[in-house]
Design a protein. Structure first.
Length: 127
């Protein structure tokens, strides 16, 4: 008798984990892309979401996870720095550059995920 939650093979559980990782990656890219229109709130939510989460074991998912984590850390740091630098009239420029950088980086990462490609160098600041 098979009850709900039982799996007949480990491959079904593995494919469920991969589907969950993939969904999590799509949510991560959505939060990165919504960081600019929400004035950084989505970036903060994404950062809290990834704070203590362990990277997936799949190499493709792992590269995108690290890429997203690095993007969100840098975006939040640039937002804080830009807000502080507004006092010396440089902050608006920093916030503008961060906005463009976040959108481009999020869009290119999402494009690679949709095409099934891993991020070659996920720790780089530029793509």
């Amino acid at each position: 008798m098979v009850q709900s939650g039982d799996y007949s093979s480990n491959s079904a559980a593995a494919s469920s984990d991969q589907a969950g990782d993939l969904t999590s990656l799509y949510v991560g890219y959505a939060l990165i892309l919504f960081a600019v229109p929400t004035f950084g709130v989505a970036a903060a939510i994404g950062l809290l979401r990834m704070w203590r989460k362990t990277p997936p074991s799949d190499p493709l998912a792992r590269s995108h996870f690290i890429f997203q984590q690095r993007t969100l850390f840098a975006a939040v740091a640039a937002i804080v720095g830009g807000v502080v630098l507004i006092l010396v009239n440089v902050g608006v420029f920093v916030l503008f550059v961060m906005a463009v950088w976040s959108i481009v980086r999020g869009a290119l990462g999402l494009k690679d995920l949709l095409e099934g490609r891993a991020i070659r160098h996920p720790l780089r600041l530029f793509y």
